[in-house]
Design a protein around this ligand. Structure first.
Ligand SMILES: Cc1cc2nc3c(=O)[nH]c(=O)nc-3n(C[C@H](O)[C@H](O)[C@H](O)COP(=O)(O)OP(=O)(O)OC[C@H]3O[C@@H](n4cnc5c(N)ncnc54)[C@H](O)[C@@H]3O)c2cc1C
Length: 471
């Protein structure tokens, strides 16, 4: 970066957006548009710690399944579950704003060149998150914004009146540069890429791989910076979205869905959890977390031959490409897995004896209530005996997608301080906003990142005139 480039970086700016995923790109674009609608030309800079080639964080790698109704509204179930699991910690303002803003966000995305697919009732972003990473930067530049790659946000600067007046960044040469700005929008994800920080909350987290390469770029910088500047936190810091994946695969998010139809065993050959306790979109996270937290992050999913034919390839969802380990008998399979054959035989016999009559089994049902009786742990749905070989097994380990702990925000994407007051000029959107406890109803992390990214852009552009200080 030349000296003039460093001077460019200094600004002054109206808004600096930290991060180049769903939330950062939508925020930058919406801020520019909001100002233009009021007859102003906004000075907006995006800073992204990754190189141009590695830009886009998790967003670049997601197929971006969206939990929407056929009418393209956020599913009611999401709010019910998030409120239920958070209890008195639920962020009602955020949840209500999410429901209100989703339809207009989707229309806005469509006006800006993003389209949506619907496969068998399941919505996703056409082209996945990469379509936003590819499409939005040119639009941001065309509207007068600038994007600085290889530029890492380090610290926020608050002025005498408490409002944001700047942000220190490390530029591509390693020099620290202060960017003068009236507003900062933090869109830098959670701390899922920071093994040291994760281990403070989740013992054994060093065993966690991230579900994508871009996910590793999210190291909690935005959370740290805001907390150092007086922000409050929210969300469960020892909670994370962890997915059951095949550790043999180097592919992105190589999920193993087989446990749903068969059984899950640990290295001793014992079952250790209900394999189908809740809707699949909820339960896969519980499975990933349980394997990590109780089984040293390794288990095996086993199915019989008829069960393996029921494994549904869900459109838009990644699955492992590595073939299962196969054997004609349970004992032979146990040997291949390094599990004691007599122990696995006993586990399978006990499970089989507890399964109901399979008449009426419907593989397309969300849950079928056909559970075991008289075995612990129970299996609440899709409990069919493992009788007919060949038997197939996949190793399963948890891989991390994002962390639940983050910044406390209101429904307008303001970052709140320890007294519940907005820090003037500071906004946050995407994974960095802490709202989840115990559970993440899937198909909404990308959606909330785009929804609150856009809203942070709109809110900040509206508030800029009132934020005029030293710049
Ligand atoms: C493989 C995969 C599949 C997924 N599937 C789904 C799905 O189907 N549905 C769904 O809803 N969600 C899904 N998700 C989750 C969803 O994609 C993410 O939660 C969402 O994209 C996060 O957006 P974000 O803008 O908050 O963060 P990101 O897109 O991760 O962007 C954060 C950016 O901040 C940058 N950054 C970090 N620190 C700094 C710093 N100090 N200075 C400058 N820049 C910094 C990073 O480099 C990164 O570019 C999936 C994620 C992955 C990886």
């Amino acid at each position: 970066m030349s000296e003039s480039r460093t001077a460019d970086l200094r600004g002054p700016w109206d808004a600096v957006v930290v991060g180049h995923g769903f939330s950062g790109l939508t925020a930058a674009k919406a801020h520019l548009e909001g100002a233009a609608n009021e007859g102003r030309t906004a000075r907006v800079a995006g800073v992204e710690s990754a190189s141009f080639e590695n830009r886009g964080g998790s967003t670049r790698w997601t197929t971006a399944v969206l939990s929407l109704t056929p009418e393209q509204e956020l599913i009611p179930f999401w709010g019910e579950r998030v409120r239920e699991t958070a209890g008195e910690l639920a962020n009602d303002a955020y949840i209500d704003a999410f429901y209100r803003l989703v339809p207009e966000t989707l229309r806005w995305l469509q006006r800006n060149g993003i389209s949506f697919d619907n496969h068998q009732g399941m919505w996703s972003v056409h082209g996945g998150g990469a379509s936003v990473v590819e499409t939005f930067p040119d639009q941001i530049r065309a509207a007068g914004g600038q994007i600085f790659y290889d530029t890492t946000a380090l610290a926020l600067v608050r002025g005498d009146d408490g409002g944001i007046v700047g942000i220190d960044v490390r530029d591509v040469r390693g020099a620290t540069v202060r960017m003068d700005t009236r507003a900062v929008i933090l869109a830098s994800g959670g701390f899922e890429g920071n093994a040291e920080w994760l281990t403070r909350y989740i013992p054994g987290a060093y065993k966690l791989r991230t579900v994508s390469p871009g996910t590793r770029n999210n190291r909690g910088d935005g959370i740290r910076m805001a907390v150092e500047a007086g922000a409050d936190t929210a969300g469960q810091f020892d909670g994370a979205h962890v997915e059951p994946c095949d550790p043999r695969s180097d592919a992105v998010e190589p999920m193993v869905p087989a446990y749903w139809w068969g059984i899950l065993i640990n290295r001793e050959g014992d079952r250790f959890m209900d394999e189908a306790a809740d809707l699949q979109m909820i339960h896969f996270d519980t499975v990933g977390n349980t394997i990590l937290r109780t089984q040293g992050n390794l288990a095996f999913a086993i199915v019989s031959d008829p069960q393996s034919k029921l494994i549904v390839r869900i459109p838009g969802v990644h699955q492992t490409e590595v073939n299962p380990i196969e054997a004609e008998t349970i004992e032979e399979l146990a040997q291949k897995l390094g599990v004691a054959p007599d122990r696995l035989r006993r586990t399978v016999d006990e499970f089989n004896a507890a399964t109901p009559d399979p008449v009426g089994f419907d593989p397309a049902a969300l849950l079928d209530g056909l559970g075991t009786s008289g075995v612990f742990p129970p299996k609440s749905n899709f409990a069919t005996a493992l009788i007919e070989g060949p038997f197939r097994a996949w190793p399963v380990s948890g891989q991390i997608c994002f962390t639940y702990g983050g910044l406390r925000v209101d429904g307008d994407a303001h970052v709140l301080d320890l007294f519940g007051q907005p820090i003037p000029g500071l906004y946050a959107a995407g994974e960095i906003a802490g709202i989840f406890y115990e559970q993440y109803p899937a198909g909404t992390s990308g959606l909330r990142s785009m929804t609150f990214g856009r809203w942070a852009g709109i809110t900040s552009s509206r508030e800029i005139p009132a934020l005029s200080r030293t710049v």
